[in-house]
Structure formats: structure tokens, C-alpha cells
Design a protein around this ligand. Structure first.
Ligand code: NDP
Length: 332
């Protein structure tokens, strides 16, 4: 298939590119600058050159950002929309909300108007769009929605990222209902995504948000006390990349939302794995590793992802060990 992937410089998107290329798909990815595009191409051997290219889209929040990008020859058959800001360094909440919401609506509009050959669109949503942080249900699954509003996203910094993901995904499903385009939609909702990046970050500041915990652990930030776990669910980046590939290829996935999570976890387990596999970090951790898991922790149901997308899920130990090894190897 010929596939458009947005945000190819991202942590998750770079694994999606790798999965798509290794399954012989032809990929065009959007990036914010030619420099980022060239860095991605440089990471692949010559044999992939005809299969991968990039186009520059400096800001997905801009009106019409995708109008021409979705037009290609031969035409695209599928689109993976992963680009969306995931960080907490914003000054104005609209720095997160606008690209997430306008970017999602914009790409769907552009595909409907200009790319009738596209039959499947996969959007990277988040567990942030499912969770109800104030009152958890007994078991989380795809039927639940975060009740957060746009106004809360503007007024409360702690809710801005979650609002950006929830409202973007809601906008996507509303678009499908109102516009009835010629493609089907799949949304993927992962919690914490861990695992080694493909591209070494240029500095510690450039490391993707969900792997920052590992950096803190390695550089003494966990010495006095483990960080609070907060979200008790995780998935490896290779599994979420595989989920994108299967969501695009499997016909039965169309029209569905998927909760993509491997299992529960807590920071105490991450610390124990680090201590066992990297004795050099033992003195970077508290002598006593205490659990912060509540007695009645919510459950999760990831059965749809196993049945339809055939996901098997990597264990936490593999993900933690591979991530720390990658960061060590690249001197991050
Ligand atoms: P990254 O920060 O690594 O990737 C985000 C991507 O979006 C980058 O390519 C970035 O470009 C691009 N981007 C952000 N804002 C804009 C904009 N205004 N215009 C154009 N491009 C933009 O994050 P992840 O890979 O972790 O996240 C990818 C997706 O997965 C996001 O939608 C995120 O919400 C979702 N997700 C991530 C989870 C995680 O734990 N990592 C968990 C759940 C969901 P650039 O590199 O140039 O900044």
C-alpha cells in the first residue's frame, strides 16, 4: 500500500515507519523541516530509498495544512495520523489544543475532499481520551470517554494534554458521522508508551516525554523517592507501531476504537528491573522500593486488540532494559 504518515520525526511514528517499510509498504511522511526529513532518510539503508520520502508541513494547526499533501501519484491508500504535541512545556494551552483538534479535523477534511483513493485512516489517540481521572470505573475499555471539556483544557494545565487528545478523537468520530467519507476510521488509545527510540535525541531535552522517567532514574532523580506512577498502564512502542500497521491492514478493524495496553505496571517494578539488570543504578535508587499501587486499582480489558489486531504484547522487563540500554549507548 502507499501510506501517508504524519509526524515521522516522532517517537511512535518513527517505529510506525519502520514497521510499514519492513512490511513492504511505500511511505511518505510529514515532518516540520527538511532537516528532520533528511535525518529520517539517513537512518535507512539505500535499499529503502525508493520506498520512503517526506514532505514538509511546518504546523498541522494551520488551515489547509494537508490540502496538497494528501494528493500523490500513485495515490495514497491509507493515512496514519500520529502528529500531535505531547509535552508539558507549553505557555498557552492552545499550543496543544489547536494542533491536536485542528490537525485532526484538517487531515480528515483534506482526505475527503482531495484523496478519494484513501480507504483507511488510523489516528493515534490516547488512554488520556478514555480515562476519567476523578472517578475510575472498575474496568477500562473502549466504551469509556474522558469527560474533560475544552474550557477545562484551557483553564487547568493538568488537563490540557488530556483535553487535546479527547477532543481531537471526538472530533474525528463526529466527522465520520456527519460527513460519511469514503474511508473508514480506526483510533488507537495507548497509555504510557515505553521503549527505545529509533533516532538518538540530540540532547536530554529532546527525548520524547514518555521516556523521560528513564532519564530521571539514570541521572539520580529517583534517588530520594520514586516518582508517582499516576497512570498504571503501559505498552511498548513496538507494539503500538504494530497496532498501527494492523489497524491499517485488517479490514475488520474499520470503524473501531482500540485500547492498546500490555498490562498494569508501577514505578516500583521499573526500579526493580533497573536494579536487577543494571547494578550500576542501585545507588541511584532508594534503599527500600515502596509500592504506591492502590488496593483497589482499576482493571483493563484489551481483548479487542488481541482478537482483531492479534497483538501479543512485550513484557515490561524487555521494554525497560532496551530503553535504558539505548539511552546508555547514545550517552543521553
Ligand atoms: P513525539 O513528541 O515524539 O511526537 C510528536 C510528533 O508530532 C512529532 O513528530 C512532532 O514534530 C509532531 N508535532 C507536534 N506538534 C506539531 C505541529 N503543531 N505541527 C506539526 N507537527 C507537530 O510524541 P509521541 O511519539 O510519543 O506521540 C505521538 C502520538 O502518540 C501523539 O498523538 C501522542 O498524543 C500519542 N500518544 C503518546 C503516548 C506516549 O506515551 N508516548 C501515549 C498515548 C498517546 P516535531 O518532532 O517536529 O516536534
Amino acid at each position: 500500500m502507499k501510506v501517508l504518515v504524519t509526524g515521522g520525526s516522532g517517537f511512535i511514528a518513527s517505529h510506525c515507519l519502520k514497521a510499514l517499510l519492513s512490511h513492504n509498504h511505500t511511505v511518505v511522511t510529514t515532518v516540520r523541516s527538511a532537516e528532520k526529513g533528511e535525518n529520517i532518510l539517513a537512518a535507512y539503508p539505500e535499499s529503502f530509498k525508493g520506498q520512503l520520502s517526506y514532505v514538509v508541513v511546518p504546523d498541522i494547526a494551520q488551515e489547509g495544512a494537508f490540502e496538497q499533501v494528501v494528493v500523490s501519484d500513485p495515490p495514497f491508500e491509507a493515512v496514519l495520523h500520529t502528529a500531535s504535541p505531547f509535552h508539558f512545556k507549553f505557555q498557552d494551552p492552545k499550543e496543544l489544543l489547536d494542533p491536536a483538534i485542528h490537525g485532526t479535523k484538517g487531515i480528515l477534511r483534506a482526505i475527503k475532499d482531495n484523496a478519494p483513493s484513501v480507504k483507511r485512516v488510523v489516528i493515534t489517540s490516547s488512554f488520556a481520551a478514555i480515562t476519567s481521572p476523578d472517578v475510575h470505573p472498575d474496568v477500562y475499555d473502549e466504551s469509556q470517554w474522558n469527560p474533560v471539556t475544552y474550557e477545562e483544557g484551557i483553564e487547568d494545565r493538568a488537563k490540557t494534554y488530556r483535553a487535546s487528545k479527547t477532543l481531537a478523537e471526538r472530533a474525528a468520530w463526529s466527522f465520520m458521522e456527519e460527513e460519511k467519507p469514503g474511508f473508514s476510521l480506526v483510533t488507537l488509545c495507548p497509555p504510557y508508551v515505553f521503549g527505545p527510540p529509533i533516532h538518538a535525541p540530540k540532547s536530554q531535552d529532546a527525548l520524547n516525554t514518555s521516556n523521560l522517567h528513564f532519564l530521571m532514574l539514570m541521572h539520580g532523580g529517583w534517588k530520594e523517592k520514586l516518582p508517582p506512577t499516576g497512570t498504571w498502564l503501559w505498552v511498548d512502542v513496538q507494539d503500538i507501531a504494530l497496532a498501527h500497521l494492523r489497524a491499517m491492514e485488517v479490514s475488520e478493524a474499520g470503524g473501531k476504537r482500540f485500547f492498546i495496553t500490555a498490562d498494569h505496571f508501577e514505578m516500583k517494578e521499573v526500579a526493580e528491573i533497573a536494579k536487577k539488570n543494571f547494578p550500576e543504578y542501585a545507588n541511584q535508587l532508594p534503599a527500600q522500593l515502596l509500592s504506591d499501587k492502590p488496593d483497589s486499582l482499576y482493571g483493563f480489558d484489551n481483548s479487542r486488540s488481541k482478537e482483531i489486531l492479534q497483538l501479543e504484547y512485550l513484557p515490561l522487563e524487555t521494554s525497560v532494559v532496551d530503553t535504558i540500554k539505548f539511552l546508555q549507548h547514545h550517552g543521553v
